[in-house]
Write a protein that binds this ligand. Sequence first.
Ligand code: AMP
Length: 277
Amino acid sequence: MEILSDASALVSQVERLRREGRRIGLVPTMGALHRGHTSLMRRLRADCDVLIVSIYVNPLQFLPSEDLARYPRDLARDAELCLGAGTDLVFTPTTLYPQGFDTHVSVGAVSRRWEGAARPGHFDGVATVCARLFGLARPHVAAFGEKDWQQLAVVRRMVEDLAIGVEIVGCPLVRDDDGVALSSRNAYLTPPERIRARSLVGALQAMRAAASTESDAARVRAVGVDALDVDALDYLAVVDERSLEPVSRIGSGTRAIVAARVGATRLIDNLALPEPT
Ligand code: AMP
């Protein structure tokens, strides 16, 4: 496995690989890797000749008030996990934006609500970094986790609208044994907070159970609100899984999404409603 930090070295490698007709897969990450990330790598490993993982804590997608400086970083451990999941090349630039960089990609309606409203500018940062990573790594296929359901929808919209020519693969959300969605930010939780963090998935599961006999989204949402034990609720909503617009009736293609703060840590989760058959 090779580790590159220089964008021009990546570009020349990718040019050679493309000339040789190799199928390139990319998993964009911010590091602090866990089984959620390696599930994306393993999924693409089976579907490409050369697997590239990027590790870059993208300043553009953090608000000034957010945790950019203290975001967990551990390249040696990350590299081991990448190797174990069959990665060929790790790209870890110190910066991704050269002097004079002045382009920002902004996706429309699908990026406005929920995470977009709670974290203004966040999805512009995500779309911009993905566009640049796609331009540098020129992957045939890229994997994103359903953990960040809205992000996946935003990236799909951008790729389609800008005809970027990358196949986007969505991968299932990976949970810890206690049901909590794996996230690099879980490392911030104290043990009592970790127990309360379970209430996010608990609320989603309670909503799924309610949705087996009740299709009114507001009533099902109320069941979820009751089950939450958090310090601040950003949103708990029942939405159309593609447009991310709220729905009033639960049916095929609806999903519950939640974002809440436990202690100082902001957590997100989501679940299909009703249970897919
Ligand atoms: P991040 O490093 O948090 O930006 O995440 C990089 C990629 O890993 C994104 O596509 C995430 O959706 C995905 N990811 C993070 N956590 C999980 C998880 N628990 N299950 C599945 N995918 C995940």
